[in-house]
Design a binder for this molecule. Sequence first.
Ligand code: KG4
Ligand code: ZN
Length: 332
Amino acid sequence: MNYILAIESSCDDTSAAIIADCQVLSNVTATQVVHESYGGVVPELASREHIQKILPVVKAALDKAGIQKEQLSAIAVTKGPGLLGSLIVGVTFAKSFAQGLNIPIIEVQHMHAHVLANFAEDPKPTFPFICLTVSGGHTQLVLAQSPLKMKILGQTIDDAAGEAFDKSGKLMGLPYPAGPHIDKLARMGEVKFEFSASKITGLDFSFSGLKTSFLYFLRDQMKLDDQFIEREKNNLCASIQENICHTLITKLVLAAKENNINNLALAGGVSANSRLRTLFKDMCERENYRGYIPHISFCTDNAGMIGIAAWFKYLQKEFTDLSIAPEPRMQF
Ligand code: KG4
Ligand code: ZN
């Protein structure tokens, strides 16, 4: 059996996983809570936390999979995109470990890995498929032609969908990251308020206008009633969530129609959103598409998806050497 240890440290999650034959045997993630009080990720704090967490997380992944480090065939690591200091920790660890064990390194593009997270469990998509990858830093419509061949059909020209959730939540006083809080509160509210929908045509996205219109709406309402946000929080969450999710699904359908593709998938942290998942499933049923969504544990940043992406490269013997360096702005 060929075992791969995968490492993910591109932002604020330190994660390690063991993969064998495209099966994720363990997937251990330490999420950094230190950023919560700052309302966003503080890069310097993130790198320090990665340094503290990486060894225990790798050890936990090995233990959980029940294998020894000597059994590993390769080490996979996120090369980019991401925060430079955070990437350095993962890449340096992978280099040292690989050198110590005399095994190859496999470099992984973080956004490719989000798409390939759809192969973590059955049923797996068949190629070609279009994946809507929605995270804190990216919003992309990706045409996946094969595990190693992907093309961006459209992407955000400003804020990512996750940022739209997080920034809207911040305006309502919710902790960072606000996405999961909005999801939870929205379930107790109803879609009561309308905000201007994105006017950008084609397959690109824009969320900065929504954020501004939400900001002005809250400011005007708070002038009339300083308890407005507190009183209407659940309805505000439901309304902003509906707006973002509708935009995402509408663009995904457009991409499917324009490219004549029947297999669709979701990926990235925002695909953990319960309303987005429901809208996606309903749309696929209504329009006769085959839809795939990873389990929530494979949606947010995790090393399991890095391992799956690496597995496809392992089969092609696509290895890198010790000259590997992080690329914060890695090209797609
Ligand atoms: O993919 P991810 O874990 O990290 C990045 O690569 O950015 O995505 C994080 C983003 C954050 O913006 C977070 O608020 C959002 O995913 N998110 C959610 C939910 N869970 C995570 N957004 C909406 N609803 C959720 N349930
Ligand atoms: Zn991510």
